[in-house]
Design a protein around this ligand. Structure first.
Ligand code: OXD
Ligand code: MN
Length: 603
């Protein structure tokens, strides 16, 4: 029997068999195992992980089917500086990406992959992003030497037999190769080859770098494919809002990290609005694939089947639905282990435990200080849970529908202390693309850089757009022309502050009050104030039943300060200029028009 060769393949797809053989030859695993998506196979893998120490089984009474995993200490987040777009021409990756030539990238990575799986098993994971067989969906096959990756992929994607059957009808798939190798940051690379429909990730075990269906395939590779095929692959949540009359309107929303995207996707209406009969249905919290359907509207699916969410700060106040979701069949990564074999993180419900094992595996007590005098955290600030959407009490009943859901509104958002009002509506699609392209967030204490400094993150896609963003903007402009009924575009800012640095808006579930206005605008049932930046609500059109902000606060939240906006335009100018002559003229036109409106007296 020839070593490293696929034996008893469960597929007749020659292209797939040939590729698996070639990669096995490179990586040198002892064994190859095909993931079939069965419960039996999953249970075997879980047992093996517990035996090897990759997973700790959590309290089966309190957290059935749940496990804890700890990553290496220098492997706790996406490593953007080690993430590359490898197109033949550097220009095609754009100023927004790190670039390496495919030749250099393959050569560099091949040396790390060489025999990296020796003594290990190579798992072959056929997965579908989106319902198997939907016109929206794309198939990938991930080869990995990590059982943790397999178990996470089983939660996050549709894996196994059904996907192999689909690949017999159409043999097109994204080739995803992953090896932990030595988990050495100096030998870590996350490489995307959009022209070859290939992803190579080596040297990491952190979800964002290794669950290759997510950021790598569903955003970086798919944004490239989507441009060619005329659809949109976006870093957006999708939620349905059931109106008092039972009708459900769907919105897609893009926010940079740490702006509460997951919380918004599954919010529970505040008491004051709940009595009206509103209800939220969660379609997705991270990625939206959107296509123009035969009705001329934009329809969206969430290509994933799970949430890979940030644990710290998740509690019954911020996100009661997520707290319920993570009670079973969940993999926790880098959280604190409590003596009763349950888990905890900073900002979790209940009392701070008096002791535990921290995310590094060390004994922990609250308020223990490190060498610099800072309290040692029980959970890493980017500790995660991987959990099935099906567990979520607000999971939409349309998750598996092949056509997805129709999108009425697209929302862009950022974290801005000043400048951006609570909500405004773009004048039209082209202006909406400008609003998305100029999105920004202020740096928080958690990021390196000057506090309050604005980082531009267009459509929240800066780390995820697999090609030149100037071309991406052009694609967005073109998509508007394909739609008979394009969604309306809005911008929201939950983070505006007063002079003393206090948040003016309570956020969380109260955000539904703003979404209600947005839906009223989509239905043309409410007027708005025209300002230089867009349409802003009249304060009396936001339903404030049960929420008292104090005199004049809503007016402050909705204020458009022309001087602040003129300052803002200087930053936008600098950002646009980075794209040189590739920047679509239409966006500079929008820039000029805004400047002009700001200079005029009156509104
Ligand atoms: C994520 C991210 O992990 O956007 O979803 O960073
Ligand atoms: Mn994300």
């Amino acid at each position: 029997m020839e070593k490293n060769k696929v034996q008893n393949t469960p597929t007749t797809n020659k292209k797939l068999i040939e590729w698996v053989n070639r990669m096995a030859k490179l990586c040198g695993p002892d064994k190859i195992v095909w993931i079939d998506g069965s419960e039996e196979q999953k249970l075997i893998l879980e047992k093996e992980c517990v035996a090897s120490g990759e997973l700790i089984r959590l309290n089966p009474e309190k957290l059935p089917g749940c496990f804890l995993h700890r990553t290496a200490q220098d492997d706790v987040a996406r490593t953007e500086h080690l993430t590359f777009i490898c197109t033949k021409k550097k220009h095609d990756a754009g100023p927004n990406n790190n670039w390496m030539s495919p030749f250099a990238a393959y050569r560099k990575a091949r040396a790390i992959f060489k025999n990296a799986m020796k003594g290990r098993t190579m798992y072959v994971i056929p997965f579908s992003m989106g319902p198997v067989g939907s016109t929206f969906s794309k198939i990938g096959v991930e080869l990995t030497d990590s059982r943790y990756v397999v178990l996470n992929m089983l939660i996050m994607t549709r894996c196994g037999e059904a996907v192999l059957r689909q690949l017999e009808k159409n043999d097109d798939f994204t080739r995803c190769l992953h090896s932990k190798a030595e988990l050495d940051i100096k030998k870590r690379l996350i490489l995307h080859f959009p022209e070859d429909n290939t992803i190579w990730s080596v040297g990491s075990g952190y979800g964002g770098n290794v669950l290759l269906g997510k950021k790598c395939l569903a955003l970086r590779i798919s944004s490239f494919t989507a441009k060619k095929e005329k659809w949109l692959a976006e870093h957006m949540l999708i939620m349905g809002i059931e109106e008092p009359n039972g009708h459900i309107e769907y919105i897609a929303a893009a926010f940079p990290s740490a702006c509460g995207k997951t919380n918004l996707a599954m919010l529970i209406p505040p008491e004051g609005l709940r009595v009206k009969g509103y209800r939220v249905w969660t379609v997705g919290d991270d990625i939206a694939w959107m296509r123009v359907d035969t009705d001329g509207s934009l329809w969206a699916i969430n290509p994933e089947t799970g949430f890979f969410g940030v644990a710290p700060g998740t509690n019954s106040n911020a996100n009661p639905n997520m707290v319920k979701t993570v009670q079973k069949n969940t993999i926790y990564t880098n959280v604190l282990l409590k003596p009763d074999n349950t888990v905890w993180w900073e900002g979790a419900d209940g009392e701070v435990p008096s002791q535990g094992i921290d995310w590094k595996g060390n004994p922990w007590k609250p308020n223990t200080l490190d060498d610099e005098g800072k309290a040692i955290k029980g959970a890493h600030p980017n500790a995660r849970f991987t959990t099935p959407i099906a567990n979520c009490p607000s999971a939409s009943f349309r998750l598996d529908q092949h056509h997805g859901v129709p999108i009425s509104a697209i929302i862009f958002g950022g974290r801005r202390q000043h400048v951006a009002p609570l909500v405004y509506e773009a004048f039209n699609w082209q202006h909406g693309v400008f609003v998305g392209a100029t999105m920004g967030s202020e740096l928080t204490a958690a990021q390196v850089g000057k506090l309050g400094q604005v980082r531009r993150d267009p459509m929240a896609m800066l780390p995820f757009c697999g090609y030149n963003m100037a071309e991406y903007f052009r694609h967005w402009l073109n998509m508007g022309k394909l739609m008979a009924k394009p969604p309306k575009i809005f911008h929201v800012n939950w983070f505006r502050m007063d002079e003393k640095g206090k948040f003016l808006w309570p956020g969380f579930c109260e955000n539904l009050r703003v979404l209600e206005w947005i839906l009223d605008r989509c239905d043309n049932t409410v007027n708005a104030m025209r300002t230089p930046v867009g349409y802003v609500p009249y304060p009396f059109n936001i339903d404030m039943t049960g929420l008292n902000l104090g005199n004049g606060v809503l007016e402050k939240l909705l204020n458009v300060d022309k001087e602040e906006w003129q300052e803002e335009l200087k930053g936008i100018n600098k950002f646009f200029a980075e794209f040189k002559k590739d920047m679509p003229r239409e966006l500079w036109d929008e820039y000029d028009a805004l400047l002009e409106r700001l200079k005029k007296n009156g509104k």
